[in-house]
Design a binder for this molecule. Structure first.
Ligand SMILES: NC(=O)c1ccc[n+]([C@@H]2O[C@H](COP(=O)([O-])OP(=O)(O)OC[C@H]3O[C@@H](n4cnc5c(N)ncnc54)[C@H](O)[C@@H]3O)[C@@H](O)[C@H]2O)c1
Length: 261
């Protein structure tokens, strides 16, 4: 079977929702055992239970990715209970500081409080750095190679008004990915990033759920549709599979043509 992950263990952060959840489902269908991690435990347990019903192992873990002790504990449990980590998909991130708490401001940079800026950087950039490096250490110790896939964004390379902190954090994730690709190649660990366009997840609800914004954004997408979480999960699957073995340090653009760099 092409694009199969039989017997591999995949750790997926942000697995409670959207792209991370769909990636967990798709990887399990392709034969992987799943460690689903997220700061929201209840929906993470739901996806793990759904996967277990299909006959794969699945472990649900609560993690705040900006807290190094929690990230380390997540990796230790994954290694102890699942026997190692072959694949990481780091999808957990926030578009603005208080995302998920029912409030949040998209600031102009000249007005943004430092605390708010730092919160976005701490989760998106520090959190991805911590996740990547603890998983990479476990992969190096196991000496079986591995795949690191960071979910960046088109915002990593295109600026937007009131999206500065998110864009800068995702540009950081992209450079983090390139640096890891260089440093980890000798261990047969690849590191790649994905730059989704506008995808149908809670993160774009404020766009898709509001006219005339939804139509205005759709008109900027040459394929005239928002992406599905599956479009991103399928890109991650390619990078995680044997077929993607020779890719490292690359940024993939599943985006319907909205950004053609
Ligand atoms: N949806 C899009 O259009 C789009 C576009 C480009 C990039 N992305 C990126 O895709 C990834 C997945 O986003 P999504 O669209 O599925 O959004 P989502 O909100 O559906 O999922 C994000 C998940 O990350 C979790 N999370 C957030 N902060 C966390 C933290 N500090 N610790 C642990 N878990 C945390 C949330 O609880 C949530 O389950 C993100 O990195 C996002 O930046 C999304």
């Amino acid at each position: 079977m092409a694009l199969e992950l039989t017997g591999k263990v995949a750790l997926i952060t942000g697995a409670a929702s959207g792209i991370g959840r769909e990636t967990a489902r798709l990887f399990a269908r392709q034969g992987a055992h799943i460690v689903a991690a997220d700061r929201n435990l209840a929906p993470t347990e739901e996806i793990a239970a759904e996967i277990r019903k299909t006959g794969r192992n699945a472990l649900a873990l609560q993690v705040e990715i900006s807290d190094e002790a929690q990230v380390q504990a997540m990796v230790e449990r994954a290694v102890r209970e699942m026997g190692g980590i072959d694949i990481l998909v780091a999808a957990a991130a926030v578009p603005f500081a208080n995302y998920g708490e029912g409030k949040g401001n998209r600031w102009l940079l000249v007005e943004q409080p430092l605390e708010d800026w730092r919160r976005v950087m701490t989760i998106n950039l520090d959190g991805t750095f911590l996740t990547d490096r603890h998983v990479a250490r476990a992969m190096i110790d196991a000496d079986k190679g591995g795949r690191i896939i960071n979910i960046a964004s088109g915002a990593a390379i295109v600026a937007s008004v009131r999206g500065g902190a998110y864009s800068v954090s995702k540009a950081g994730v992209w450079m983090l990915t390139k640096t890891l690709a260089l440093e980890l190649a000798r261990y047969n660990i690849t590191a790649n990033a994905i730059a989704p366009g506008f995808i149908e997840t809670p993160m774009t609800e404020h766009i898709r759920g509001h006219e005339p914004t939804a139509t205005a954004v759709l008109n900027t997408i040459p394929m005239r549709r928002f992406g599905k979480p599956y479009d991103i999960a399928a890109t991650a699957l390619f990078l995680a599979s044997e077929e993607g073995a020779y890719y490292t340090g690359q940024l993939m653009h599943p985006n319907g043509g909205v950004l053609i760099p």
